[in-house]
Ligand binder design. Structure first.
Ligand SMILES: [Zn+2]
Length: 502
């Protein structure tokens, strides 16, 4: 007996030693990260830099605001005028581009430009951006250090609504194409540019219509480049290198409306809590909130962890190099973080609640709205079934609101299109780590999913955490150096798209 016990102990010790050796060896196998550069050489001349900055400044001064979908009246009219002005601004500012590329106006304001390549047998590529911006939240105007629609350039920074989202990339694309055209460059592969006017309100009249138009023409796209991740530093904990996040998939979207009914009546003689419309609704919403969806590390997140691991402190590196062992701990820790957790599971966000008309009247009906962002492992059907099971009350009506869609497919990480984007990032930003990830918000690129398997959501803007925090918020701004970096990136990628394997 004693000898058996010793043998088990020795066996366990050997196993533990083996695990330690594997863990340490796998950690040591990770390549070191590239050296962090204080500043990158500008890809543009000082004159080209100044004019690109000036062009973005002018673009910001045009108040192309997307208000609520379907809104009419003076504000909507002013935005519509700004979209027309924006279109004329492009014609006036980029004469070579405007002469070389053909323009189509879709749904009155969205723009599709075609830069015809010399080889029609190659599938076109599509670069996307959008002209519209979100409004400035009323009451926050005074918090802006510079006029949100002033386009001021102060100490090498361009200020204003839309600087990051998405006018910098739009201007960078135009600068890049115009520069190459001025040099007489013609791509073999056709390059399309889609600039939507309603991205911030779902893109249903802009990019959806452009996508339908291209589909009707039988167009297949080699790849689509749209907004999503950026080149950020100081955002991923413990990583000093800038990280270029490329969205290789996008979460789905679903909104459920829960409705409960009850007898109503005078509030002096109420039934028990669960039998009132409000009580029943609260119980249902609470049950959903307490039934989180499964969390896990799938392709986009795993690829991101692999990419950033080299630049992580030793302990994190050890953990990420040994996911075979540490995955349950990693998932549990990451899932607790609101921002990171959103990439690991379907999220549950109760956003609206409506019931009652008077303080002493029991309402006969109560209504709650929950918005879900669907992870790839869930579908509209499976997530609805999950919610129904969590509520477990047949008296609660569950309806799916318009606009539900499953998560996108995951783009191919082994294909030439991804390699091209990765290589262009490495060329333009040699100190960056290229990290695929999951885009948790919606982008207009989803409208093109029927036309390609390769959608990459990345804007080559180098931003720090504070600049990134101004996205859709107060004091939105972009450094001039980030704008020129983006121009350089697009010049590089546009010159390398002719590979027939794309
Ligand atoms: Zn955007």
């Amino acid at each position: 007996m004693k000898r058996t016990g010793l043998r088990i102990l020795a066996g366990a010790g050997a196993l533990l030693a083996l695990i330690v050796i594997v863990v340490i060896t796998r950690t040591a196998m990770i390549d070191p990260p590239p050296v962090v550069l204080a500043a990158l050489p500008s890809p543009l001349t000082p004159e080209a830099t100044a004019s690109a900055a000036e062009h973005l400044s002018t673009a910001i001064r045009l108040p192309t605001i997307s208000w609520q979908r379907g809104m009419t009246g003076a504000k909507a009219d002013a935005s519509n005028k700004a979209f027309v002005d924006f279109r004329e601004f492009i014609t006036a500012t980029y004469p070579i581009f405007s002469k070389t590329a053909t323009r189509e106006i879709v749904s009155d304001y969205s723009l599709l430009f075609t830069w015809q390549g010399s080889d029609p047998s190659l599938e076109p590529v599509l670069f996307m951006s959008h002209m519209d911006v979100v409004p400035v939240v009323p009451g926050t105007e005074a918090d802006w250090k510079h006029d949100p629609f002033g386009g001021e350039i102060v100490d090498g920074v361009i200020w204003g609504r839309g600087a990051i989202d998405c006018k910098a990339s739009l201007i960078a694309l135009l600068e890049a194409a115009n520069t190459l055209m001025a040099k007489g460059y013609t791509p073999k592969r056709t390059i399309l540019f889609a600039f939507g006017h309603d991205e911030e309100v779902s893109g249903l009249t802009g990019n959806l219509k452009i996508a339908e138009m291209l589909k009707a023409r039988g167009v297949k796209l080699a790849f689509v480049s749209d907004e999503g991740g950026m080149l950020t530093s100081g955002v991923v904990g413990g990583v000093e290198n800038p990280v270029a996040l490329i969205g290789i998939a996008e979460k789905g979207y679903m909104t459920l409306q829960l409705t409960t009914h009850a007898a109503g009546g005078h509030s002096s003689m109420p039934p028990t809590q669960g039998e009132t419309a409000i009580g029943r609704l609260i119980n249902a919403m609470d049950a959903v909130g307490n039934a989180p969806f499964k969390s896990g590390v799938d392709t986009p997140t795993r690829a991101m962890l692999d990419a950033i691991a080299p630049a992580m402190p030793y302990v994190n590196r050890m953990v990420f190099a040994n996911m075979w062992l540490f995955e349950p701990i990693v998932v549990a820790t990451m899932a607790k973080d609101q921002r990171i957790g959103a990439g690991l599971h379907t999220t549950i966000a109760p956003t609206m609640i409506k019931a009652g008309i008077k303080e002493n009247v029991l309402p006969p009906e109560a209504e709650g709205i929950i918005n879900f962002r669907l992870h790839q492992r869930d579908t509209i059907e499976s997530a609805t079934a999950h919610v129904r099971a969590a509520i477990n009350d047949p008296e609660v009506e569950i309806a799916t609101l318009e606009g539900a869609r499953n998560a996108s497919a995951v783009s191919n990480l082994d294909g030439e299109a991804f390699h091209l984007i990765r290589d262009s990032i490495n060329t333009s930003f040699p100190d960056a780590l290229v990290a695929p990830n999951l885009t948790v918000a919606a982008t207009d690129s989803r409208h093109y999913l029927p036309l390609t398997d390769n959608v990459f959501r990345f804007v080559p803007l180098r931003l720090n955490a504070s600049e990134l925090a101004a996205f859709h918020a107060t004091n939105e701004r972009v450094p001039v150096a980030s704008l020129t970096g983006a121009v350089g990136f697009y010049i590089s990628i546009m010159q390398n798209i002719d590979d027939p394997k794309l």
